[in-house]
Design a protein around this ligand. Structure first.
Ligand SMILES: [Zn+2]
Length: 233
């Protein structure tokens, strides 16, 4: 029974080690995420390109409107100069004038919305810029904490691991092997107590004969139902 009792203590140690590993892995994952800074940087770049595109579009609308205005003015000058006497030529210029005016109206109408779209995109870009700055500052603080914590857990893990190594030196090798094989299969619980004849691992009541056999057994006794190592009071 003393080996089973010792293995129960070892199990606590192994649970601590598993907790360290989990905590360590979480920290590594969070460090890998870089606090969302890469995603935000990519978003900012998209916003930068978007506001540039919209600025270019607004400027293009304005310059297009200006040249259309010139064109309309030129055509009007020709139309009303009195120099064109040919009807076909006059009709052709009138048609061109109408087309240019329609086009000018269309472009003029687009100027306002394209300008406000460009302004909105610029504001969105600025907002993202300050958000990123803030995020980077937060992350640099958090990263320091995480690295410190990672190194603390790493040291603790090594310390507990070394203690485990020393503690297991006296356990019979086959018993240790049984325990080590059971631990991962039983979700980290390989040794359980028997409470009032019931295995605390699987909650199955053990046959009376099995309990007395267990109390007299020299080596480890496993639960006939779940296979865990049993420890009686
Ligand atoms: Zn059991």
């Amino acid at each position: 029974m003393s080996t089973a009792r010792f293995l129960l203590g070892l199990q606590e140690t192994d649970q601590q080690l598993a907790m360290c590993r989990r905590a360590y892995r979480q920290i590594v994952e969070e460090l890998d995420s870089e606090g969302g800074v890469p995603e935000l940087t990519a978003d900012l770049e998209k916003a930068r390109v978007r506001q540039l595109e919209l600025k270019v579009e607004a400027a293009r609308n304005e310059s297009e409107a200006a040249s259309l205005r010139d064109r309309v003015k030129q055509l009007e000058e020709r139309l009303y100069s009195g120099s064109i006497t040919n009807v076909r030529e006059l009709t052709a210029i009138e048609t061109e004038h109408n087309t240019a005016r329609r086009e000018l109206a269309r472009v003029d109408e687009a100027i306002g919305p394209s300008k406000s779209a460009a302004e909105e995109a610029e504001q969105a870009h600025q907002r993202l810029e300050s958000e990123l700055e803030e995020r980077q500052q937060e992350w640099s603080v958090r990263r320091k904490e995480l690295r410190k914590e990672r190194s603390r857990i790493g040291t603790e893990y090594k310390k507990i691991g070394a203690e485990r190594e020393t503690a297991t030196a006296d356990i019979p090798a086959p018993d240790l092997e049984t325990y080590n094989a059971l631990l991962p299969r039983m979700n980290g619980i390989a040794v359980v107590k028997v409470d009032r004849g019931v295995c605390q691992g699987c909650r199955v009541r053990l046959p009376i004969g099995e309990i007395s056999r267990m109390q007299n057994a020299a080596g480890l006794v496993n639960c006939s139902s779940c296979g865990r190592i049993l420890l009686t009071e």
